[in-house]
Write a new protein. Sequence first.
Length: 270
Amino acid sequence: MTTKTSYAQGTPCWVDLQTSDQDAARAFYAGVLGWEFVEQPMPDGPVYAMAQLGGRNAAAIAPQNPDQAAAGVPAMWNTYLAVDDVDATTARVADAGGTVAMEPFDVMDAGRMSFVADPSGAFVGLWQAREHIGAQVANEPGALTWNELVTTDPESALPFYEKLLGVQAVTVPMGPDYAYTMFQVGDQQVGGSTAPQMPGVPNHWAVWFSVDSADASAARITELGGSLLVEPTDMPVGRMVVARDPQGAVFNLLQPADQTAEAAAEQPTA
């Protein structure tokens, strides 16, 4: 269990879901991840539903804005990266090769943010915390455990984050035939990057939530009207699932390797 009180610049600090049916999404994720919700009114009228685990903020679910809904934009999860000064950082986006989608603005007393796209077209939020640091809980069942840049163009995307935020992109062997790119802040691994695993997937930041059991969670997803894009599968860091919620947002679940080994040890032998 990890309780968070701050985030260093360049670290993924928050995720939220923009969806076409907020109430249905709340019911779905409550059933899959055990979230409870606290409603935070927004200045323009809609409610920002803060998902919590044990009273600690874990993520949020928000309605799509009318323009997105009218344009048929699919529901999607957003990742936010911590920055010390969002105005100064956003001003450097163009020089680093990216584009600014939303200029910096205040989110009441919670913080100040902008939204940018890296050179490969992946969108990400930049968050300067005030009262809201981001996720207060991580790396326990139901909580965010990893954020991953999925891109077909690492040659342009990775230097963007290094130049803009001071993170390091480090290649780490993950087996005899595979290497994975880690984002590091100091000596801490804070995220990663990989190529899309399926054709037609746009470049984006993917979100991963921790679960006790990948198999039980996969069954729950289908029971609640979601679908599985990748059935429970073993990989070096644990057992994973790629899923789509009933409104179309894609997310990932990870049963960490230590929990996978414990579950295997508990299985009866012939």
